[in-house]
Design a protein around this ligand. Structure first.
Ligand SMILES: CC(C)(COP(=O)(O)OP(=O)(O)OC[C@H]1O[C@@H](n2cnc3c(N)ncnc32)[C@H](O)[C@@H]1OP(=O)(O)O)[C@@H](O)C(=O)NCCC(=O)NCCS
Length: 239
């Protein structure tokens, strides 16, 4: 990926998608976008998403011409970390184990089960490669939560480059364990980890349609600070 933050660039994700960086200026020359799409087709990329800051008007015509369609609105939420967060009780009845100490198929299957019925970009679920490994970021923490022998949820945390922030990259619970406090426990763990590693705040992003997750985050003190329009491109060679 190009290092210029104001440059259109992309990299392949393990789930078969592409992460796209849209320049802050909002402008991508049409030829550059078309070349990106040609690269995705050649590389067998299944889908690509772009995240466009709001309320600036998205470059709708250029995106439509390249085959993109509007998908949803993403909300960015933030919660300052307080010293008291360090004392949060460990998640009750849950054991947390890192992905890299577990059978990768168990991790992949559990992640896939947490996507069932999800309101967070559900359109992407059918496109993702099954059993895809997580795109691990150095300095992060990727954990499965077990209740007894059963995996019931997943939590992925990424540290910012300068170590001052913690990003909650993913939180999901398998359908049969929902409404049982698993996510609340994992969120408490994330906040305690943030406090103990001297982070200033925890950040996360959530699909604006995901009312259950927004209720969970609101209850834990997260507040929205930004919105992005999400547009997606789908490779129609994959049904
Ligand atoms: C959102 C999700 C993580 C919640 O997990 P959970 O373990 O069921 O959450 P908890 O049991 O800890 O619920 C805590 C609170 O969140 C809110 N909440 C959770 N699920 C809700 C639902 N379906 N509808 C409304 N509020 C809900 C409630 O305020 C709940 O408290 P209550 O049960 O006392 O009313 C889970 O539904 C899930 O994995 N969904 C699919 C993946 C996903 O959307 N992840 C979030 C990505 S940003």
């Amino acid at each position: 990926m190009s290092r210029d933050p104001d440059h259109f660039a992309w990299h392949a994700l393990p789930d078969g998608g592409a992460a796209v960086r849209w320049p802050a200026s909002g402008n991508v020359p049409p030829g550059e976008l078309a070349a990106g799409v040609r690269d995705w087709l050649a590389a067998g990329v299944r889908y690509a998403q772009v995240f466009l800051p709001l309320p600036a008007t998205p470059p709708t015509d250029a995106l439509r011409a390249a085959g993109f369609r509007p998908l949803t609105t993403l909300e960015l939420h933030r919660r300052p970390v307080a010293p008291a967060d360090a004392g949060a009780a460990p998640p009750s009845g849950l054991a947390l184990l890192p992905f890299d100490r577990l059978d990768p198929h168990l991790v992949g299957r559990t992640l896939a089960r947490t996507y069932v019925g999800s309101l967070d970009g559900p359109e992407l679920n059918a496109l993702r490669l099954p059993d895809a490994p997580w795109d691990h970021v150095p300095g992060g923490l990727a954990l499965l939560a077990f209740r007894g022998p059963d995996p019931v949820g997943a939590l992925v945390l990424d540290a910012s480059d300068d170590g001052t922030l913690l990003e909650l990259a993913y939180l999901g619970v398998v359908p049969e364990a929902r409404r049982g406090g698993v996510a609340t426990g994992l969120l408490g763990f994330a906040l305690a980890h943030a406090a103990l590693s001297a982070r200033r705040a925890v950040l996360l992003s959530v699909d604006a349609r995901n009312a259950p997750a927004k209720a969970l985050y609101g209850r834990s003190g997260f507040a929205r600070y930004e919105r992005r329009a999400v547009w997606w491109w789908v490779n129609d060679r994959f049904p």
